[in-house]
Write a protein that binds this ligand. Structure first.
Ligand code: SF4
Ligand code: SF4
Length: 370
């Protein structure tokens, strides 16, 4: 499908994607975490772009971050220090895991880009004061953006951003639903390209492309082949090869609990409310990652219902090495899945990992076993 090729091109040539956005006179604000309030960045006239590691060897970042920090923060810092992110005009760091917070300190001290903000969101989300605090954080961030641009962000700007992000999220949810209904409808690597591309590409382009992809997918009905239905869980998954490895082993990814997947795009912002309150509310209501808290059982209930609703044969935890928040949550999530007789396995990955050989063998064994 020609629309999907656009996504592959965008993620394989990020500097070109950035140059295209700059031609539209948009400044680019990078972020590493799905708690970054992209709607406000967009409403301010900037382009929010999620940063992924280019997977180059870590050399310059070694003198700033210990080897036991996750490969995402080390890789992105390496890219910044080596000039591969020179297209950025600014960066924002939501207050989430320790690694992102420490990276934020190093980033601020290096002063490479024009705009910098820490967005200090509440960690505990299930209280009335958290709601008030979340709204205050959004107001403060909006003020920071207004100071940077010298322009007011109006309610109309915010409503436009909400409509845009709701449309993007609705279409991504639809593509996932179609894939879950018939996993043959789209290859895993294409799905990966669409989701990753949606975090990188111009939002106005996505508003056109994503509904076209949905309309095309709705027209086709490829024969279903037998295969094991897999849900993946973790922080980020930035390895298209994993999708292919799983498919070659006889599995299909039919859902995920990833912050580069459903946790990022699920949940609509209410459109007929005060826009800033509505944006804040979505960040309270969205499925949490282990860096946030809203209940001691929510993540477990979510992974079980994801597996059940997608009729999954198994769950694969794909954890980045040295990602403590997800490593801490893993035993509890495993226990919940085991109690529900949902087969599961854990693999540890590294952003710089090029050779998936041993991992492939383990994934194949698991898929054959379930
Ligand atoms: S897992 Fe949580 S803290 Fe980590 S990058 Fe994703 S949303 Fe941010
Ligand atoms: S949540 Fe994990 S993977 Fe994400 S930035 Fe933090 S330590 Fe790294």
């Amino acid at each position: 499908m020609k629309e999907i090729k656009v996504f592959h091109k965008a993620i394989n040539h990020v500097a070109d994607t950035a140059a295209k956005i700059k031609k539209e006179n948009k400044k680019i604000i990078g972020y590493l975490c799905s708690y970054a309030p992209e709607e406000l960045i967009y409403a301010a006239g900037f382009h929010p772009m999620r940063l992924f590691s280019s997977k180059s060897d870590i050399i310059l970042a070694e003198s700033h971050l210990q080897a036991y920090c996750c490969s995402l923060v080390r890789g992105v810092l390496e890219d910044s220090l080596s000039g591969r992110l020179d297209f950025l005009d600014g960066t924002i760091f939501p207050h989430t895991c320790d690694s992102i917070q420490r990276l934020s300190d190093i980033w601020r001290m290096n002063e490479k880009y024009e705009f910098f903000a820490d967005v200090v969101l509440p960690a505990k989300l299930n209280t009335a004061s958290a709601r008030t605090y979340m709204l205050d954080v959004m107001v403060r961030f909006k003020n920071d953006l207004e100071t940077a641009t010298g322009n007011k962000i109006t309610d109309s700007d915010l409503h436009n951003a909400i409509n845009t992000f709701n449309l993007i999220r609705k279409n991504l949810s639809r593509i996932y639903a179609l894939k879950s209904q018939n996993p043959n409808i789209i290859k895993g690597a294409d799905l990966y390209a669409i989701v990753k591309g949606s975090m990188i590409m111009g939002k106005d382009e996505l508003v056109t492309l994503l509904p076209e992809i949905v309309a095309n997918l709705e027209k086709i009905n490829p024969p279903e082949t037998q295969g094991k239905r897999i849900v993946v869980s973790g922080s980020i998954c930035d390895s298209p090869d994993i999708y292919t490895v799983i498919e070659e082993a006889g599995g299909f990814i039919v859902g995920d609990d990833l912050c580069t997947g459903q946790r990022w795009f699920e949940g609509q912002i209410i459109e007929d409310q005060d826009p800033l309150k509505a944006i804040a509310q979505r960040y309270i209501d969205r499925m949490t990652c282990p860096a946030k808290h809203s209940s001691t059982t929510l993540r477990g209930e979510n992974i079980v219902s994801l597996a059940q609703n997608n009729k999954a044969d198994g769950v694969i935890f794909m954890l980045l090495k040295f990602c403590d928040p997800h490593a801490f949550d893993y035993p509890y999530l495993k226990e919940v899945l085991d109690k529900g007789n949902i087969k599961n396995m854990r693999v540890e990955m590294d952003d710089q990992q090029q050779n998936l050989g041993q991992l492939s063998t383990r994934l194949e064994t698991f898929i054959h076993m379930i």
